[in-house]
Every structure is written in structure tokens, then in C-alpha cells.
Design a protein around this ligand. Structure first.
Ligand SMILES: [Zn+2]
Length: 51
């Protein structure tokens, strides 16, 4: 399965499948930035990792 590395503007990172990083970004956005992150916004911050 394709994995992604998501990097937030604050330096926080998450790795995993598309669903994993989108879920992690939604939680991170709410808890740290008080922001709702959409699926599209999360994927815009993500890059596929070579594996
Ligand atoms: Zn952040």
C-alpha cells in the first residue's frame, strides 16, 4: 500500500496510509491549531514516500 509523509507547518509529521495520515491530521489540526482539516487539505500537505 502507498504510504505518505505528512508535514504540518509547525513541524509535526505523520506517516502511514492515506486514511492514517488524514485521520491524524484532523486530530492534530483540532487539538494543536483549533482548525478543521479536510481530506483534501491533509493530502495537500502530504507527499508519497518511496517504498
Ligand atoms: Zn501542526
Amino acid at each position: 500500500m502507498q504510504e505518505y509523509l505528512l508535514t504540518c507547518a509547525c513541524g509535526w509529521e505523520a506517516t502511514g496510509s492515506e486514511n492514517d495520515i488524514v485521520s491524524a491530521a484532523k486530530v492534530h489540526g483540532r487539538e494543536i491549531h483549533n482548525m478543521d482539516v479536510s481530506h483534501e487539505e491533509a493530502m495537500a500537505m502530504a507527499a508519497p514516500t518511496a517504498s
